[in-house]
Design a protein around this ligand. Sequence first.
Ligand code: 3PG
Length: 209
Amino acid sequence: MHPSITTLLNGPKVIPVLVIEDPEDALPLARSLVDNGLSILEITLRSDAALNAIETIANQVEGAVVGVGSILTEAQLNAAQSAGGQFGVSPGVSFKLLQALEMSDWPFLPGAGSLSEMLTLRDAGFSQQKLFPAAVLGGISMLKAVAGPVGDISFCPTGGINPDNARDYLSQSNVFAIGGTWIAPLDLVRAKDWDEIGRRAAEAAMLGS
Ligand code: 3PG
């Protein structure tokens, strides 16, 4: 069984998905989330500043559990670990990425979007998976539909989660956490609106507690 990221989740089960473009944003952004109750972060490799931001936050923000998201390749898997990431997340897996994961004991949350992908990941030892893009796949109806045939798989749905549907997602029996960009969307990060991000984080932390 691959090490599960659930061992890292003792706090609220809401994971902000972050894109950090300006390295200067790394510390105030992470602090506005952690100080308001969201300590598990997913920093995506969707910007040039990402690896540097991961290193900065991992070294300087006490209490932060730094996850690295949007991992697509073995090279990114290695870079994420070298930067100090504590767990990894992918939107899906290729055969090559799966092979690399099989040789790694780094906590990892791989993405699945179909029953066949769920079963492939389950065979590879992943009983916790990211359901992505959750809303496009049918959202809560999809989670309910797969709860029968693959009831031993637990999901972190992301993609289309927002304050209006977050509670419903979290209340599903096969959901262990939810994630998304609504807490710190790019426009608020670009505007350096740490107060609003902190307010959203505090609201989200209440959901998962
Ligand atoms: C992810 O990488 O998990 C998604 O970008 C999150 O999707 P959202 O923007 O709909 O929250």
